[in-house]
Design a protein around this ligand. Structure first.
Ligand code: DX5
Ligand code: ZN
Length: 216
């Protein structure tokens, strides 16, 4: 599994060092949680900060937009220098258009789904996607408890992707730590995101290795 540390759990006062440290510790991607205070009850940062991060980062950037009507902001975020870009199906009526636009701009397009959203509701998009981002917490804050019931949805998605021979990867996000990573891996995750599980650990390298190598 690839490991994507979520910088929302880093110490912002030493942002540049935190980013360099997780990269040295083996991060495959940097996960950037963008929140607008409307789709979720928290506000983080926008394209200007993403652009600043893209200038110092040595790994690919994976932005997770938790904003209403993402179609209005895709261009700005892509111009900021991303590689992977996901938005929520619950936040737009223009899912097809958003996927097409992200891919036209040569980025990997991801669709994020909240815990209550069923896989059936997004199945029709999966053949077009580069990745499906399955949330294992209700988005808004880092450090929440992993919702175990979502494991079934990961399995269902993996099963469908395998049977249909699709290229769509599965990214899993929310409450992942060294204890539950093996369950996520076994259920079919290709990429795991971790905020507190990495940035609140004493040793980033050890934390990343434990997540990556977790076997059920
Ligand atoms: C939740 C975010 C996640 C999350 C990761 O709204 O999308 O990326 O904060 O942090 P942990 O791993 O602490 O849940
Ligand atoms: Zn996220």
């Amino acid at each position: 599994m690839k490991v994507a540390p979520s910088i929302i759990a880093a110490q912002f006062i030493r942002f540049q060092k935190e980013i360099a440290e997780v990269e040295t510790a083996g991060a495959d991607l940097l996960h950037l949680d963008v929140m607008d205070g409307v789709f979720v009850r928290n506000i983080t940062f926008g394209p200007m900060i993403v652009e600043a991060i893209s200038k110092i980062s040595t790994v690919e950037l994976d932005a997770h937009l938790m904003i209403i009507k993402p179609e209005n902001y895709l261009r700005q975020f892509i111009d900021a220098g991303l590689n992977w870009l996901s938005f929520h199906c619950e936040a737009t009526e223009k899912t097809d258009e958003c996927i097409a636009y992200i891919q036209e701009r040569k980025m990997r397009a991801g669709l994020a789904i909240n815990p209550p959203t069923r896989f059936d509701e997004v199945k029709k998009y999966v053949e077009k996607l580069d990745y499906l981002l399955i949330m294992t917490v209700n988005p808004g804050f880092y450090g929440q408890k992993f919702i175990t019931e979502v494991l079934q949805k990961i399995e269902e998605a993996k099963d469908w992707i395998t049977k249909q021979k699709l290229r769509c990867l599965i990214e899993v996000d929310g409450g992942i730590n060294s204890t539950n990573a093996s369950l996520v891996c076994q259920a079919g995750a290709d990429i795991v995101v971790a905020g507190a599980g990495i940035f609140k650990a004493d040793n980033y390298k050890k934390a990343i290795e434990e997540l990556r190598c977790s076997k059920a």
